[in-house]
Write a protein that binds this ligand. Structure first.
Ligand code: MG
Length: 284
């Protein structure tokens, strides 16, 4: 059986996370999800079994498990730099350990893709000691995933395409890939997303469908996340470029407004509709 090209997906959560509940994914008629890893207490073999049974019941396929950590804040760019991922030194050891536990939980869910925001990697020789430490910890994580038969996908946005390529080359692990998020390139002000996608092409193994508007001062302040199709990404061009680089995997819609579940569901529904329209046009 040939797998469907570009199955639609949505970012989902088991417990109170950023994504939608599994039931919402089902109601929206979405065949795949990426899962925001649940809190430690929830990551039990029993819960994994229960979740797998629920997925099978709903006919939904899990395509990636995303790690996130307590204490991370995306309030503004400096706060994100200080708090997110494996870059901050104070939390690095504990978070690396937790990320390996999340990979093990993903394995219980028969999921061979684990993903995360690594954080702001210092580029261009601005802090070579820290850079080398982040390379080392990423290698450690990749090796753990390798033992689980998993790939590690880095979420894009916090560095330029060139910076990310340099980092992927320096890390030298053949199970290290990219989850491409075009809106993040705009939100963080790290470069024009379509050009970045072309550069990173062979590393792109999963993607987010998210849209955003540029900030007045890109890189210094956040851009604005907006419903799919209303931002600066250009969804048709995005899908055409995915096609060009040979990407046929899931199109995972990300809309993280969990405090407004009704609006979240409506906007994801709108995004799904838009993606289906473009798919119908491009897949002949
Ligand atoms: Mg994303």
């Amino acid at each position: 059986m040939v797998a469907e090209k570009w199955p639609i997906g949505v970012f989902a959560s088991i417990d109170a996370g950023l994504g939608v509940k599994l039931e919402v994914a089902h109601e929206l008629g979405v065949p795949t999800i990426q899962l925001h890893a649940p809190a430690k207490a929830t990551r039990t073999p029993e819960n994994a079994q229960r979740f797998l049974a629920r997925l099978s019941e709903l006919g939904i396929r899990l395509t990636a498990v995303f790690g996130g950590f307590e204490g991370e804040s995306y309030a503004d760019i400096p706060t994100t730099q200080r708090t997110v991922g494996l870059v901050p030194a104070e939390t690095r050891a504990a978070r690396t350990q937790e990320m390996m536990e999340i990979a093990d939980f993903a394995r219980l869910l028969n999921c061979n893709v684990v993903a995360l925001h690594l954080g702001f990697i210092p580029h261009g020789g601005s802090d070579t000691k820290l850079y080398d430490e982040v390379v080392a910890v990423t290698q450690q994580l990749c090796d753990h995933c390798q033992r689980n038969g998993q790939n590690l996908h880095l979420e894009t946005g916090q560095e330029s395409a060139d910076g990310l390529l340099q980092f992927l080359n320096d890390t030298q692990r053949d199970n290290l890939f990219v989850n491409f998020d075009p809106a993040n390139m705009i939100l963080y002000g790290t470069g024009e997303p379509i050009a970045a996608l072309r550069k990173i092409n062979r590393f792109v193994r999963s993607v987010h469908c998210k849209d955003a508007l540029w900030a007045k001062n890109p890189g210094a302040e956040w851009g604005q996340e907006v419903p799919l199709g209303q931002g600066a990404v250009g969804m048709e061009n995005y899908l055409r470029t995915l096609d060009e680089i040979g990407y046929a995997g899931p199109l995972t819609i990300e809309r993280e407004i969990p405090s407004e579940p009704d609006r979240q569901k409506a906007e994801i529904g709108g995004a799904k509709h838009l993606l289906e329209e473009i798919k119908a046009k491009l897949i002949t």
